[in-house]
Design a protein around this ligand. Structure first.
Ligand SMILES: NC(=O)c1ccc[n+]([C@@H]2O[C@H](COP(=O)([O-])OP(=O)(O)OC[C@H]3O[C@@H](n4cnc5c(N)ncnc54)[C@H](OP(=O)(O)O)[C@@H]3O)[C@@H](O)[C@H]2O)c1
Length: 374
């Protein structure tokens, strides 16, 4: 069925006495007896469409509920967020979206409106991160979404829906990376520097915060030294210019510096960092903003027992996902956490996202962006 778009907001009422209505013909099959008044619900969404020449257009528009994808749970979405992958999807990079029209948004938080699952009831506060939502399935840049119940997590009581999205995929990934380093017994304390690359971005700033809260001496690497004070307030013990790490290493092994690393950059930065890891230390590789190729040697692995840990938040299995959210909830219960979280969060509208897509790709976005759907 072709997507039907409205140019009005909210609910629309119309009578079956006008069977010539194009809208009614599209929504109701011929053999269905139509009640005297049919109530058609619509919702506001950021819709991505593809022209015949392959170019993409984004618009804020009205979409019918009937067009929502399959799923057990319908969510009234209050907030989404902006992540690097959202930028890629909005710009059509990597052909992540194959079916148009499409509603992007890899994260969402809101309240359950309807559910056929035993696990969730109307009124429950829920969030989705990952599972390729916003990519292969309509996502969170909309006032309403329908998703499989298995994708949902109950938002911890301590967090509002907005705060859950201030964390979102970036904050979740950063915590996943920290927990991966902890699982490999990373040492804590001033003599054990934990490097965070891409520190001003979503994953990086979240990693600075979570690791600082866990007692690590965090060294934040950034290309925007003007953000140094904010990064220190967030939890960095030291801030360094990313130029120090940006070139491929001159030798397979450089002086040992880092007890651990959460890397959002990849490329030559990751190759450089691997050569500077201390004996037995681990790098949690999360991102590729500096390039997806990795040109390195096996020497750090063989002579220093360095570990390269892959971090994927998207298909992260549910038990691990629950453990990560529990840890986030535990940190969120500590004094000042939520104040700090709010301090590195900027709220924007659905319409603002259209301009912000290219900006997150060029590294011009700071901290976390939450997207209000209202
Ligand atoms: N593995 C997963 O499950 C997962 C989940 C979420 C995100 N990611 C990936 O993690 C990365 C970061 O995502 P994000 O949402 O945090 O993006 P982001 O907010 O744009 O942050 C990226 C940061 O990296 C730095 N940067 C940008 N371009 C760079 C370049 N060419 N060379 C070196 N540093 C550069 C910038 O920080 P400074 O200005 O401070 O240098 C920028 O703010 C992306 O590659 C994303 O795809 C992966």
């Amino acid at each position: 069925m072709p997507l039907r778009l409205e140019d009005r907001t909210g609910e629309q009422w119309f009578k079956p006495s006008r069977p010539h209505s194009l809208q009614l013909r599209q929504v109701v099959p011929k053999d269905v007896v139509v009640p005297s008044t049919v109530r058609v619900m619509t919702f506001t969404a950021l819709l991505l469409d593809q022209a015949d020449d392959g170019s993409l257009t984004s618009s804020i528009t009205q979409v019918d509920d009937e067009q929502l994808p399959e799923g057990d749970v319908t969510v009234s979405v209050e907030y989404s967020s902006l992540n690097y992958k959202d930028g890629m999807i909005l710009q059509g990079i990597g052909r992540l979206v194959r079916n148009f029209p499409h509603i992007p948004g890899v994260d969402l938080a809101g309240t359950v409106e309807a559910s056929t699952s035993d696990r969730f009831r109307p009124g429950d506060r829920v969030a989705v991160t990952g599972w390729r939502m916003g990519e292969t399935h309509w996502g969170g840049y909309a006032q309403r979404a329908r998703v499989p119940a298995d994708w949902l997590v109950a938002i911890p009581d301590v967090l509002s829906t907005r705060q859950a999205m201030a964390i979102g995929t970036a904050g979740f990934t950063a915590m996943q990376a920290l927990m991966a380093l902890e699982y490999r017994d990373i040492s804590v304390g001033p003599d054990h520097p934990l490097l965070v690359t891409g520190a001003s971005g979503g994953v990086g700033s979240s990693a600075v915060f979570w690791a600082g809260r866990a007692g690590h001496h965090v060294v934040a690497s950034t290309g925007r030294m003007g953000n140094a004070q904010e990064l220190e307030e967030l939890g960095a013990g030291e801030v360094i210019n990313r130029n120090n790490l940006g070139d491929p290493p001159q030798r397979p092994l450089l002086s040992e510096r880092w007890a651990g690393c959460i890397d959002a950059v990849g490329g030559d930065t990751l190759a450089h960092v691997l050569a500077e890891m201390r004996y037995g230390a681990s790098v949690a590789a999360c991102g590729l903003v500096g390039g997806s190729s990795l040109s390195t040697s096996v020497v750090p692995f063989l002579l220093r027992s360095v570990n390269l840990l892959g971090i994927d938040s998207v298909m992260c299995p549910q038990p691990e996902r629950d453990a990560i959210w529990q840890r986030i909830a535990s940190v969120a219960s500590e004094a000042d956490t939520l104040t700090q979280l709010d301090g590195w969060t900027t709220e924007v509208s659905l319409a603002d996202v259209i301009d912000l897509g290219p900006k997150i790709l060029s590294g011009d976005v700071k901290g976390r962006i939450v997207v209000s759907t209202t």
